[in-house]
Design a protein around this ligand. Structure first.
Ligand code: FE2
Length: 201
């Protein structure tokens, strides 16, 4: 798969294009700011975007989701718990197919009830569930520390250590990192148990 990471807007948001190399079919991940850089990048790489997927409902990830889908002739996709207008609702374990590749939807509540990660077997797009060096906030409506802990430790940390983590914001010292390394360096992942997780600043 081809991954293109783009930084957009005023809140250090990362959006992504994930494409099957042979067919050039692609998924755009998140769209909350200007659509032009994403559309331009897709065109420049000769990608045909089939789906525009929201990692969760917050405006900086979704406010131009449907506009981008319309512009690209794609379908907008959200988790079934999302209040955001959409063409397709997905749930945990569903797959989105691009060319010969398939991308798994992993439900990871904690930041919001509709938070999902997308996993193609090598790359993990974590939205605001997991950042480089921290995790997303749990004190906004729909947030839960307990669910965040379960999503991080019971779901994400079970993926192979060579998985590359691509977060929804550029908050870290690097823009992406391998999960195995992140598990050592990121205190929310390195915490041994829920009590220690709660003490991470
Ligand atoms: Fe968010």
């Amino acid at each position: 798969m081809i991954v293109k990471q783009l930084k957009v807007g005023t809140m250090q948001n990362f959006v992504y294009l994930l494409a099957d190399e042979a067919s050039r079919e692609a998924i755009a991940i998140d769209s909350g700011w200007e659509t032009e850089p994403i559309a331009r990048a897709a065109k420049g790489e000769s990608m045909r975007v089939k789906y525009v997927v929201a990692t969760h409902q917050h405006f900086d990830h979704t406010s131009t989701l449907n506009r981008l889908a319309d512009e690209l002739g794609a379908k907008s996709v959200v988790h079934e718990n999302s209040p955001v207008e959409h063409d397709i609702a997905v749930k945990d374990g569903d797959f989105l197919r691009i060319g010969q590749g398939k991308v798994q939807v992993i439900h990871t509540p904690g930041h919001t009830e509709d938070s999902i990660c997308l996993y193609d077997g090598e790359n993990l797009f974590t939205g605001d569930t997991l950042f480089i060096g921290n995790c997303g906030r749990t004190d906004l409506p729909g947030g839960s520390m307990e669910k965040m802990f379960r999503s991080l430790h019971g779901v994400i940390l079970r993926l192979p250590p060579q998985t590359v983590v691509y977060p929804g914001h550029d908050y870290g010292d690097v823009p992406y990192r391998k999960l195995g390394e992140e598990a050592r360096l990121n205190p929310v992942l390195a915490a041994k148990g829920y009590d220690e997780f709660l003490k991470v600043p």
